[in-house]
Design a protein around this ligand. Structure first.
Ligand SMILES: NC(=O)c1ccc[n+]([C@@H]2O[C@H](COP(=O)([O-])OP(=O)(O)OC[C@H]3O[C@@H](n4cnc5c(N)ncnc54)[C@H](OP(=O)(O)O)[C@@H]3O)[C@@H](O)[C@H]2O)c1
Length: 312
């Protein structure tokens, strides 16, 4: 192979390289947004580990069609969820915990299409902040006992927040303006805020629960096929899974989520250094990406918004 051609691992490569084929039989995972491009790849790769998968989706019939060959009814079950509604998240969680008392992995991958105009959910939150962040925050809080209960020295529990390099464009709005109460709505800023929130949530979970064997990582999928779930043509969606449109491409982008989900060496991780904020797809992290004070603020305010008390 010429020097210039570098093999970058696919999600399946990550599973194989970590010797995880069939290793997680008997364990459970929950994956949101499983009918997106990244979701399908995550489902395909994690199914190989033997994990039993619970897939919260808005429309089960549609999800079966979209997942196509990736759907295995013997290893996967659906739960209905609407991430725009906190009540729906609460209801879905009841169904999830009725199936298992131990969950080893939660993958927060769902995202909602950006709205050009400010749109509030029925709970009163800006729709991207509500679905991309708050619904996952609530899901995590309600599944936390099961995640902690599942952690074992041989496989510690994980939460994967599928974030996006676009988070570099904007941090959190100030307190009292998460929903653009003070005006200035911009869908790209709203998306960036929600994705920064994904990163902060992972950092804060690690800080609070890492020593109890519950870890969290945020990953970036790279530029892939945006809004894939909106594609009507399932065949072209699946053929698109084989192609790249720039950035890390789909399979290579999803590989980082799988690495976070099952890579053993990540159970003791170091925070990378920051050296440049300019490159959207660079390896260094932007200034606002790591901020314990901001992460704490978001955690406390999010608890307030979903009506739960802090457990610490
Ligand atoms: N696309 C990119 O270029 C890119 C780049 C970097 C990071 N990412 C991240 O990767 C993840 C997946 O992105 P994507 O572009 O692949 O997503 P997508 O194709 O737009 O799919 C979104 C997923 O979320 C589900 N969903 C949407 N609204 C929902 C709701 N109200 N309740 C429940 N489920 C809902 C969809 O289900 P239905 O199919 O049933 O509607 C679908 O499974 C996101 O976290 C995103 O931020 C994407």
């Amino acid at each position: 192979m010429p020097h210039s051609v570098r093999h970058e691992p696919t999600p399946l490569d990550i599973v194989k390289d970590n010797n995880m084929e069939g290793e997680l039989l008997g364990k459970w995972a929950v994956i949101t947004g499983s009918s997106s491009v990244t979701g399908i790849e995550i489902v395909q790769a994690l199914a190989v580990t033997g994990l039993r998968l619970i897939l919260p989706v808005p429309n089960q019939a549609k999800a079966i069609v979209t997942l196509g060959d990736a759907y295995n009814p013997n290893r996967m079950e659906f739960v209905t969820i609407d991430h725009t509604s906190l009540d729906s998240v609460r209801e879905a969680t009841k169904h999830i915990v009725s199936k298992t008392e131990k969950i080893s992995l939660l993958v927060c991958n769902e995202t909602i299409s950006p709205s050009p105009n400010l749109q509030l959910t029925k709970d009163g939150f800006e729709v991207q902040f509500a679905t991309n962040h708050l619904s996952h925050f609530l899901l995590f809080q309600l599944l936390k006992p099961e995640l902690l209960a599942a952690s074992r020295p041989r496989f510690q529990s994980r939460v994967i927040m599928v974030a996006c390099a676009e988070h570099r464009k904007h941090g959190l709005n100030e307190r009292g303006n998460y929903n653009f109460e003070k005006g200035g709505y911009d869908s790209a800023i709203a998306y960036a805020q929600s994705k920064t929130a994904n990163v902060y949530m992972a950092n804060e979970i690690e800080r609070r629960y890492g020593t109890r064997g519950l870890h969290a990582f945020s990953t970036d999928s790279g530029r892939i096929i945006a809004g894939a779930s909106q594609q009507d043509d399932t065949e072209s969606l699946h053929s698109n899974l084989q192609s790249e449109t720039g950035g890390k491409g789909s399979a290579r982008g999803t590989a980082t989520a799988i690495w976070g989900a099952i890579g053993r060496e990540l159970e003791s991780k170091d925070v990378p250094s920051r050296d440049s904020e300019d490159d959207l797809h660079g390896t260094a992290y932007a200034k606002h990406t790591y901020s314990p004070a901001e992460e704490h603020r978001l955690w406390e305010d999010s608890l307030d918004m979903i009506g739960l008390l802090d457990d610490q």
